[in-house]
Design a protein around this ligand. Structure first.
Ligand SMILES: Nc1ncnc2c1ncn2[C@@H]1O[C@H](COP(=O)(O)OP(=O)(O)OP(=O)(O)O)[C@@H](O)[C@H]1O
Ligand SMILES: [Mg+2]
Length: 282
């Protein structure tokens, strides 16, 4: 327990008329006691913040692990069932063709299209939940895949450049950059009406810098602090909180009619750099 500091006025009141030396000593003692208490409080706040960060990171990790598990189940279980269904429909369709049953063959062709579409969607959803590419081949390849996929889906031209090469970083840091890019691009698609988007990833000394810029309608970032306008949106807040958990920061530059630029700057600590993974075969 903290030692309570006696109220200054009452402590001094008793000796206010007494010897001025005693008075000075009493004031100094009070100031020292207050300073010590402040230091203790400060240290305890630092410890609490560290514990909070560790806890928040652990919660986030559990969420990513769960996404990884769901992604694998979607891909392996539902994906394989749909593949088997498509193969079965193809065989029946071949039989209908052999028997000259054109009506049945056409209906089967439709069913086959629907099944293949569902298979494509399942695989894409599985990858968006947690791309195996990110674990297997790293951030640069995963970002290029994400940008290509979202660009094809939305019809919005997107350009991606990365100076990271094959350098691998810890899974947590790669996931942070991937998720921030994913949220920033989702915002561009949903809100910006942009005609062009650029994603840049670079390393400047020990800082990793990700920039997502669009030339769309922009907005006033002050709106994010206005509960009437921000409602229960959590995208930007989530990006910002995650960046801070890693000792980094998220900058948002935007204005109505001026496009939007989201910049993530995060330090690469000595333990964050892994040996470059060997190139995948085939
Ligand atoms: N690139 C952008 N261009 C234009 N407006 C944007 C852009 N990014 C964000 N905004 C504005 O900022 C608001 C907050 O974004 P945020 O990602 O926090 O929430 P959201 O996308 O509305 O919802 P969600 O919680 O699902 O992410 C958006 O509603 C939108 O008005
Ligand atoms: Mg959003």
């Amino acid at each position: 327990m903290e030692r309570p500091v006696p109220p200054l006025a009452s402590a001094l009141g008793a000796i206010s008329e007494a010897n001025p030396e005693d008075y000075r000593e009493a004031v100094l003692r009070q100031v020292r006691a207050l300073t010590e208490d402040n230091q203790r409080l400060f240290q305890s706040a630092l410890r609490s913040e560290k514990r909070f960060r560790m806890l928040a990171k652990a919660v986030w990790k559990v969420q990513e692990d769960e996404r990884r598990r769901l992604a694998r189940e979607l891909h392996d279980d539902i994906g394989q069932t749909l593949t088997a269904l498509a193969n079965q429909l193809q065989r029946i369709s071949d039989d209908a063709q052999a028997q000259d049953n054109v009506g049945l063959k056409n209906r089967l062709a439709d069913a086959l299209d629907i099944t293949r579409g569902a298979l494509r969607d399942t695989r894409e959803l599985s990858r968006l939940l947690r791309p195996t590419l990110l674990d297997d081949l790293g951030l640069e390849v995963a970002l290029q895949w994400l940008v290509r996929t979202l660009s094809e889906r939305s019809g919005l031209p997107m350009e991606c450049s990365s100076a990271l090469g094959e350098q691998r970083l810890t899974a947590d840091l790669e996931t942070l950059v991937f998720r921030v890019t994913q949220e920033a691009l989702t915002n561009v698609i949903r809100h910006s009406a942009a005609s062009e988007v650029q994603v840049r990833l670079m390393r400047v000394g020990n800082l990793l810098r990700l920039q997502v810029s669009d030339d769309g309608r922009g907005f006033d970032p002050a709106d994010l602090n206005n509960p009437d306008k921000a409602g229960d949106s959590i995208g930007v807040r989530g990006m910002r909180d995650r960046a801070e958990l890693f000792g980094g920061k998220l900058e948002l530059k935007s204005a109505p009619g001026q496009g939007t630029r989201v910049t993530l700057i995060v330090p690469v600590e000595p333990g964050d750099e892994l040996i470059a993974a060997p190139k995948a075969q085939g």
